[in-house]
Structures are given as C-alpha cells and as structure tokens.
Design a binder for this molecule. Structure first.
Ligand SMILES: *Cc1c(COP(=O)(O)O)cnc(C)c1O
Length: 395
C-alpha cells in the first residue's frame, strides 16, 4: 500500500462510471472549426459566442499592446501592476454596461471569490440559488458566511428562506447566476430583485454567460432586464463572448472602491497581461460599434434549436444559445460525444458532478462564428448518431 493508492482507486472509479474526463487538445485558433487531437472538426463546444477569440481587430490590438508594453504586468495591481490599459478597460466597461464603476479581476472565477469574501463574513448569511456556479459556491465558502441554498429560480422559496433566517445574521447577500451554464435558462432577475429590495439585502448576479450575449448589443443581464442601479453587483467574464480572459465586477461606486482595498485576488495576484487588456478593449469597441454579431448569435441559436426539436431531441429549458441535448445516463452521453467526434463534430458530454446524476447531456454551444453550412453539418451528425444510438426514432 502506498499513500497514493486511494487516487488510483478514485480515478478507476471515475472511469467505471463514465465520469472520467479525457481532455482533448486544440491545435488551432478558436473558430467554427478546430483542430482537435490532430483532426479538423466542427466546434460545438467553446464559449466563443461571438467568434471574437480570433477576430483580426482583437488580435491586432493584442499585438500592438505587446509592442508597446511587453507582456506581463510584473506586479500585483495594488503595488506596481496597474497599467493604463487596465484603467481604460475598467472605465470603458463601466460606460458600456451603464454601471457606476467597474473593477476587473484575472477571471470570472477570482471575481466571485474576491467579491463575495470581501462583502460577507462569518456573522453573515448568503442566500444562493441551488444551481449556482462552482466559483460562487467557493466564494461563499471562503467568506465563512452561513450559506442557505434556495430552490432554483424560485423567488418565493428565496423569500421564505429570508423570512426564516435573516434576523439571525448581521448582513445578508442574495446571489444567483444570470444564465445557468448547463441548462441555459435565465434567472428571473426582476422578481428576485423585488425580494432583495423588500428586505434591503445586497443583490449580486453572475452574468458570465450573459456578458456579450444578453442585453442590447451584449451589455449583459442587467441591461436585458433594465435593472441598472438596482442590482448591486454584476459579475461578468471576458473569457466567453469577449473571446479573451478576465473577470468583471460592475456596480455601485462604493462597492468597487471597497474591492480595490479588500478584493484578495486583486491585492495578491497579478492582473491579466497588457495584450489581454488591449484585446478586451478592442472587444468593447466591436460591441459598441454594432449589434451584428450578437444578432447573428441569436439567429443561429434559434435556428439550431428549432431544427433539433424537429429531429426529436430534448433540448431542455434553455432560453439562450446554450443548447443542452438531454441524454440521461453519463455513459450514453459519452458514447454520443465520441460518435459525433467520429462524424467530425466536437461536442462534449457533461455528467455528474457538473450536472445532477441521470441528467447527463451533450452541451452544444452555438456561436456567431457558425454559418448555415456549419449548422447543417452539425444537425446531420446529430441526426445520424441519434438514430444509431436510438435516442431519436428512425422514421
Ligand atoms: C465560466 C463561468 C465563470 C468563470 O469564468 P472565468 O472567467 O472562466 O473564470 C464564473 N461564473 C459562471 C456562471 C461561469 O459560467
């Protein structure tokens, strides 16, 4: 027996249950098509909603910034690592989103960790949607606050939890995903806000999958619902629709000021590089110039979903371009994904613990980078594999 034997057993267990993730390697730029493990395949996996990850204007901005600034920031933001590009980006994002102020972090993940743990502590309570993203859950745990999960997207359940618990704690926070990344449904933000307002509780939404997707020209979920100045904190990411990397916290001036003093990933970890920041600025330029890419994304998503339904697939409750193809058991989802890959389509299976047991699926991520031909090829492959595996009927 060695002290590492337990790991071998755990990993073997994952393999037996069809839950072992074999990570594929990309050998090309992100786009509608990818080189994956050496094979050219249709990309139905990435969060590159608008096709910006390889957009010529964004690549050019990163190149120019590298020439002027080099690459790394060489210090944490609060010591000597705040470049003018970082400040410009925060100003531009605040304007774009119609928020009082913005602070950026290295990622959406660190934005959640840093923000939640700076706003609540062990005398406090967080009311958290049961299906919130792992980074929200980790942020809540890190804060030491009492975590009270409420039923998914259920403002009534939230209010009941508040009534039962609020008086026992010093401060409270309500936190929800904006777009739920596995099902593609949208949080009922106006109703949740009503509850937050009634009890005067801090209200935070993590709009990672809505940034660049929801709202006018991709201005996010707060814009989508017209809740400017009402949602206290809106988290976003520049790693998805923006096509780059970095976390966004938009909100009230005083909250952002506090995060510059007490957001631990801001204080103790270096920021994104100069080319990253310049690339994000170029993404804001593109989104401000035109809504064309966002419109194309939604048109593609509508078309793909309606064709999948016609074929007989269950695409769940999605209201966004995220398209889950519900398959049930994890081994079936994994086999489906492998056979799609054989057909030249890259679409990942998602199983427990990312989604509940028995709710395994293929998650298709539609992008503005896809053209009609691409979507047609994808639909053909789904039809073929679906019939072969008995997921949809043969006639
Ligand atoms: C992807 C995602 C994150 C993490 O964003 P990164 O910038 O990749 O760290 C956080 N929250 C939600 C809801 C997400 O979907």
């Amino acid at each position: 027996m060695s002290k590492l034997d337990w790991l071998t057993q755990e990993i073997d267990g994952l393999k037996e249950q069809g839950l072992y993730n074999r990570i594929r390697t990309i050998g090309s730029a992100q786009g509608a098509w990818l080189t994956v493990d050496g094979k050219n395949v249709l990309n139905f996996c990435s969060n590159n909603y608008l096709g910006l990850a390889n957009h010529p204007k964004i690549v050019e901005a990163a190149k120019e910034a590298t020439k002027k600034y080099g690459v790394g920031p060489a210090a944490v933001r609060s010591i000597a690592g705040t470049m003018d590009l970082h400040v410009q980006l925060e100003e531009r994002l605040a304007k774009f989103k119609g928020a009082e102020d913005v602070i950026t972090f290295q990622s959406g993940f660190t934005a959640n960790l840093g923000t939640i743990s700076a706003l609540v502590g062990k005398e406090d309570v967080v009311f958290s949607d049961r299906l919130n993203h792992a980074s929200i859950i980790d942020g809540c745990r890190l804060s030491g606050a009492k975590i009270i999960p409420y039923e998914h997207n259920d403002p009534g359940a939230l209010e009941d939890a508040i009534k039962d618990n609020l008086s026992k704690y010093r401060r409270a926070l309500i936190v929800t995903d904006g777009v739920f990344s596995m099902d593609g449904d949208i949080a009922p933000l106006p109703d949740l806000y009503e509850v937050a307002e009634k009890y005067d509780i801090l209200f935070m939404v993590d709009d990672a999958h809505g940034e660049g997707v929801l709202g006018k020209g991709g201005r996010g979920i707060v814009d989508h619902f017209g809740l400017h100045g009402k949602v206290d904190i809106e988290i976003g990411t520049m790693s998805k629709a923006f096509g780059v990397v970095g976390g966004i916290v938009a909100g009230d001036k005083i909250i952002i000021e506090w995060l510059r003093q007490r957001g631990r990933p801001f204080l103790f970890s270096s920021a994104v590089t100069a080319p990253d920041a310049a690339a994000c600025l170029a993404a804001v330029d593109l989104l401000e110039e035109s809504t064309e890419l966002v419109d194309k994304l939604w048109a593609n998503a509508k078309y793909f979903k309606s064709e999948m339904k016609k074929l007989g697939f269950d695409t769940g409750v999605s209201e966004t371009p995220i398209t889950p193809v519900m398959l049930g058991e994890a081994p079936l989802a994994q086999q489906f994904s492998r056979e799609l890959f054989e057909e030249g389509v890259f679409a990942m299976a998602i199983g427990y613990p990312t989604v509940a047991k028995g709710k395994a699926r293929i998650r298709v991520m539609i992008s503005a980078a896809h053209d009609n031909d691409d979507l047609g090829k994808g639909l053909d492959a789904f039809e073929k594999v679906g019939k072969r595996l008995g997921v949809i009927s043969n006639w």
